[in-house]
Design a protein around this ligand. Structure first.
Ligand SMILES: [Zn+2]
Length: 1003
């Protein structure tokens, strides 16, 4: 591989000073060290030693410039960045960054918030002394470019600002804790940017503010380092997998940028927007050797500005070009990552007029040097990967750091060279976001003030505020024109004369309705989150990388109107920065009613008002002119002031009644909850835990192992929640766990050696699962009257251990519902599980299990086919009974017909001497079902949805004295599915009255 010689440095110096008519015709500063600056020889020797082959390095990082006053990472690490066996805790990384700050005016460290567990997050700014001195003035210019309304979208003014401004390039490291290389790479990068006097690095230092958050998932980093240290102390043993990263979720911490439920997302988002940065570049490690998946693959997110798409191509292609010229193998930018979902951390930039970027480099999950053998598809030469990775190579953390730093330095240099264009683009994207109502639409989204689910509406609006979206409130009622509905042409064979009600041409909204104007700088993120998604089954991309839909109005279950009529922008309105509390008590009386609209806050209230006696109405009722839903809370013996304060803080509207309505009720009690998790994965359940914690619903948290050891579950608990496990966990996996007949115990314990483990839960050995003893305990708990609630894979597990008589679950290969939103329908509105819901419920679905129900054990029902025909070939027409010559025609006995979601009533023939017939009181009660095929798709990708259409989605099965409530859907997911939270919460609050409103068949 060719490296620039000393001679070419000399030539370059001339080129830079006099003209570009030299060896470097393109005028670029060449990447190479400054021969006049001394090198830190010892550090450089170690770089060479730890790099496993010369082509895994570059002229940008194969040396370290020496400095008299600035310490190298070695002072904190005890060795160089990327050294084998060295993995610093976040605090050590911060310590080094603060040493840099002390030693040089070119580095400043900022605290950007804390994590769920109270650890600090930081951002480190590296730039020239003068850039950092003028940080505030520069930021004022960037803020104007970010919101060009401040200068009336004046292009000439923008050009002036662009010429005077220094852009901000924000780099974030190690959000994924087992991807361990970034912190040391970023320590060394900060040093290089502050110290290196080569023209190449000086360019960057003088023209860009590099902002670095070296550790994004701080809680997870510290646990990962614990495990690595344990591994170094037990080199021959298997080391425990990182079961917890952050307090709540693992890998999904990089899917939180829509709902912003995690601190790390909020802190990075606020830093990105607060600095008015131009780029957010997130570092990962799962692909050899550097996959700049910025360009990725289609389909691209349909809401991003095409200017951004163009920028992706530019930065991606240039990155590959530069590193290819260094002779570094395995650098590419196209691949199998589609750029559809806006849930990734980097997408904060894409949704806020910046540039989103992501590197996948190669890592060893720790700092061991290992021989790595790749899969054929990883080392194959393809059209986009002309110099692929090697099939087999010795790989070190230093190699990883070389790639990360080289990639970042070349890209920072390219960015610095083209900073005017990128700053101008930043302005243009902001300007075009503001011009959205006239150039592309819509004009606004409106959330009506009379939405009955006001607390959920407030939660959705809070997401918008977190996203820095401006919200206004109309001060009077208003009406907007609706886009004209296209008349559907009748299909061949359809009657043309069907009289149709004329489509409404306008819609009115009451005063106080929320208006999200699209003439604001961050209109794009609001538009992307509130709009609908359509993923064509014919899309050439056959493996969506993540969810295909997220439509927040549907996922939250609140009304969101997309308004194209630009007159909406003239409606008198006021900016809202805080959501007004809408709750509290109205009227006089000692009985208090809260109408049930399936708002999760109801459950919070139940737990908060421990002493109050609360009943649920089992039927809808009226008081004066007011209608109340099934499940309405009727609160007696509550202190009015306490209730008023609680209702106000939760946003719940309470009506005081002078007399009790004449309606059947049952008590709503706060159950004692046991929440169980496996040691296989905590990713899916983490979102449930976060939701319950947010709602302040207390629970005991125990692993499947611990459950088996609780002597009397019923004495301690009313409900067991078993959220989804993920990883397509089978029942065998849940019961057996990892094998214990080989290998060593895998401890997850808080010890002096591993001070960050064992906080959420702990075990001396992660391997054992629930075990058969645990299975028996669960069965016994339900038999004795407990309620077990399961979802997706844990529902399949419950069925596999014989809970849920008459329900079967299958998985389909043909069906493709990939993280989509589907329609479901209420089947039994009298079930307490669906209190407060309307007939149509939108739900998140991800190829969920297909439930079938029967009144006979061990039978699996086939879908009824409306076209099927029992009559054989014979005389007469299709509808005539069959006719046998020489015999009087007999009436065919009528067979009962059942819908797909219904439990069929057994026929007399079936009931005859048949112990497999489930008694009517023990049969499954179908609460919610999937919509008909034609109504299934609401948003995203639904292909061959007919397989799950009409099948049960939530089933309540009596079992012994208890119940098993089986969810086919996952109702609590990524903080985005608030619409279905109350299906779980209702089950909790009505745990001892789930049979309310149940009708049993006679036979
Ligand atoms: Zn990752």
């Amino acid at each position: 591989m060719a490296r620039p010689s000393r001679l070419s440095f000399a030539l370059f110096a001339c080129a830079a000073l006099f003209s570009s008519a030299t060896a470097f015709a393109d005028g670029d500063t060449q990447p190479a060290r400054d021969p006049k600056q001394p090198v830190d020889e010892a550090y450089t020797a170690k770089i060479q030693k730890y790099t496993t082959a010369p082509y895994f390095s570059s002229p940008l990082v194969d040396y370290l410039p020496a400095s008299k006053n600035v310490p190298t990472p070695e002072v904190v690490l005890g060795d160089i960045a990327g050294a084998p066996g060295i993995l610093p805790y976040a605090e050590d990384v911060y310590k080094y960054m603060r040493l840099l700050e002390k030693a040089t005016p070119r580095v400043k460290v900022f605290s950007i918030g804390t994590t769920e567990e109270g650890r600090q997050m930081i951002a480190v700014a590296v730039s020239s002394e003068s850039n950092l001195k003028n940080l505030e003035q520069n930021h004022q210019r960037l803020a104007k470019l970010a919101d060009p309304r401040t200068f009336q979208l004046n292009d000439a003014e923008a050009d002036k600002l662009v010429a005077e401004s220094v852009p901000v390039y924000y780099i974030t490291g190690t959000i994924h804790s087992p991807e361990t290389g970034a912190p040391t790479a970023l320590m060394e990068l900060a040093y290089r940017l502050a110290v290196d006097d080569s023209p190449y690095v000086r360019d960057i230092r003088d023209n860009v503010i590099t902002l670095i958050t070296p550790v994004v998932e701080v809680d997870g980093r510290d646990r990962e380092v614990d495990i690595y240290k344990w591994h170094l102390a037990h080199p021959k043993d298997f080391y425990p997998p990182l079961i917890y990263w952050g307090k709540y979720v693992a890998h999904d911490n990089n899917r939180d940028s829509m709902a912003v439920k995690l601190k790390l997302t909020e802190n990075v988002l606020n830093t990105y927007v607060g600095w008015d940065a131009q780029v957010l570049h997130d570092l990962h490690e799962s692909v050899p050797y550097l996959y700049d998946n910025t360009v990725g693959d289609g389909p691209y997110n349909a809401w991003v500005d095409p200017i951004l798409v163009d920028e992706w191509q530019m930065v991606g292609a240039r990155n590959v070009a530069d590193m290819t010229k260094f002779g570094m193998p395995g650098v590419f930018t196209h691949g199998d990552f589609d750029t559809w979902s806006p849930g990734y951390l980097m997408f904060i930039a894409a949704m806020h007029n910046g540039i989103s970027r992501l590197y996948e480099t190669f890592g060893n999950d720790g700092a061991d040097t290992r021989e790595r053998t790749l899969e054929p598809d990883e080392y194959a030469r393809t059209w986009y990967r002309a110099n692929p990775p090697l099939p087999k190579a010795l790989w070190s953390q230093r190699n990883n750091n070389n790639y990360e730093e080289t990639g970042l330095l070349t890209t920072l240099h390219y960015f610095s060279d083209n900073r005017r264009m990128f700053l101008k683009n930043f302005y243009l994207k902001s300007k075009r976001s503001i011009e959205k109502p006239t150039t592309e639409g819509p004009a606004a989204y409106v959330l009506p003030s009379d939405d009955p689910r006001s607390t959920v509406q407030a939660d959705l609006l809070r997401v918008m505020l977190k996203q820095h979206v401006e919200i206004s409130r109309a001060t009077s009622a208003f009406t907007v024109a609706l886009p004209p509905k296209k008349e559907k042409k009748p299909k061949p064979g359809e009657s043309e004369e069907k009289p149709k009600a004329a489509a409404p041409t306008s819609r009115s909204f009451p005063a106080g309705s929320y208006v999200i104007r699209m003439d604001q700088p961050y209109s794009r993120v609001a538009d992307a989150l509130l709009d609908y998604q359509y993923w064509s089954p014919d899309d050439p991309q056959k493996t969506p990388y993540d969810d295909t839909a997220w439509t927040f109005g549907e996922m939250f279950g609140v009304q969101v109107a997309r308004v194209t009529d630009s007159k909406v922008l003239n409606v008198p309105m006021e900016r809202v920065t805080e959501l007004p509390a809408a709750g509290g008590i109205q009227g006089d009386g000692s009985l208090f009613a809260i109408d049930n609209h399936a708002e999760p806050a109801l459950a919070t209230l139940r737990y908060r008002l421990k002493g109050a006696s609360i009943d649920a109405a089992e039927e809808p009722f009226r008081v004066a002119d007011r209608k109340f839903n099934r499940g309405t809370f009727l609160i007696r013996s509550a202190n009015r002031a306490d209730l008023d304060a609680a209702a106000k803080s939760l946003g719940l509207r309470v009506v005081a009644l002078s007399s009790a309505p004449n309606v059947k009720t049952h008590p709503v009690r706060a159950p004692r909850i046991l929440y169980i998790h496996t040691w296989i994965s905590t990713q899916m359940e983490g979102w449930w835990r976060l939701a319950l914690d947010d709602l302040q619903i207390p629970y005991d948290y125990a692993s499947t192992q611990a459950l088996a050891k609780i002597p009397d579950l019923n004495a301690k608990y009313d409900v067991i929640l078993f959220p989804p496990v993920g990883w397509n966990s089978s029942s065998t996996t849940i019961i057996d766990g990892l094998p214990t007949n080989w290998g060593n115990p895998l401890p997850w314990l808080n010890t002096p050696q591993t001070p960050n483990l064992g906080k959420v839960d702990s075990t001396p050995d992660m391997r054992p699962g629930l075990g058969w003893e645990g299975v028996a305990k669960l069965q016994d708990f339900v038999a004795k009257g407990g309620v077990l609630l399961t979802s997706t894979d844990t529902s399949q597990f419950a069925l596999a251990i014989g809970l849920g008589n008459g329900v079967t679950a299958t998985k389909s290969d043909k069906m493709k519902i990939v993280g989509a939103i589907v329609g479901t329908r209420l089947v039994d509105p009298a079930s307490p599980i669906v209190y407060g819901y309307d007939e149509k419920v939108s739900a998140y679905c991800d190829n969920d299990p297909i439930f079938s129900v029967n009144s006979l054990l061990w039978s699996h029902r086939r879908r009824l086919d409306s076209d099927s025909n029992n009559r054989p070939t014979g005389r007469g027409t299709k509808d005539d009974p069959d006719y046998v010559v020489g015999r009087i025609a007999t009436e065919i006995p009528e067979q009962p017909e059942h819908q797909q979601w219904e439990v069929p009533i057994p026929t007399d023939e079936q009931r005859d001497n048949n112990p497999r017939v489930i008694p009517p009181t023990d049969r499954a009660r179908i609460v919610l079902r999937y919509a008909d095929s034609k109504d299934l798709l609401i948003s995203g990708l639904v292909e061959n949805g007919g397989e799950i259409a009409q099948h049960p989605a939530v089933v309540d099965v009596p079992s012994g004295n208890g119940h098993v409530v089986l969810f086919s859907i996952n109702p609590i997911y990524r903080g985005e599915t608030e619409n279905t939270y109350s299906l779980v919460l209702n089950t909790l609050l009505n745990f001892d009255n789930l049979n309310a409103g149940r009708k049993n068949e006679d036979k």
